[in-house]
Design a protein around this ligand. Structure first.
Ligand code: ZN
Ligand code: ZN
Length: 148
């Protein structure tokens, strides 16, 4: 496996938090660099099944990668999805969850992004808290399910 520039950056972040780069971690990192969507652990596991990896070590790896902000977790109906956060230009976006097919779609809207940023600054001032993450999840029927 070639070690890309991104991989070197992630390795540095891992070592800052006293984590080591392992074969399993490298595989999962590569997966997220190659697949820019929202994935359940089972999806990732199926994808990497041919490699030597247990589901338990995948869960541990996802947790580590979450801690260094390489990926983020979105919880919808008690299901956790993971998506690339670092190296992604879409850090701030709204999620749409389809109640029927359970797809997660990214919505991009500059106006809402700006509003979210402005309002979070205001909220931090008012409540003296430090906001580290935002999440807006809309749900309904996606265009595919609506037609079907
Ligand atoms: Zn749908
Ligand atoms: Zn997303």
């Amino acid at each position: 496996m070639q070690s890309s520039e991104e991989m070197i950056i992630v390795e540095r972040l891992l070592s800052e938090k006293k984590f080591k780069m392992t074969g399993v971690r490298q595989m999962v990192i590569q997966f997220f660099l190659n697949h820019r969507g929202h994935y359940k652990p089972e999806n990732i596991y199926q994808h990497l099944r041919k490699q030597q990896m247990s589901l338990a070590s995948l869960y541990r790896t996802l947790d580590v990668l979450k801690q260094i902000n390489f990926i983020r977790e979105i919880s919808l109906n008690n299901i956790n999805y993971y998506e690339l956060l670092m190296f992604s230009s879409k850090q701030l976006h709204i999620h749409f969850y389809c109640n029927q097919c359970q797809r997660v779609i990214d919505y991009h809207n500059e106006t809402i992004n700006e509003l979210m940023l402005q309002q979070s600054i205001l909220l931090e001032k008012n409540y003296h808290d430090d906001i580290q993450n935002f999440e807006i999840v809309l749900n309904g029927l996606c265009h595919r399910c609506k037609e079907g």
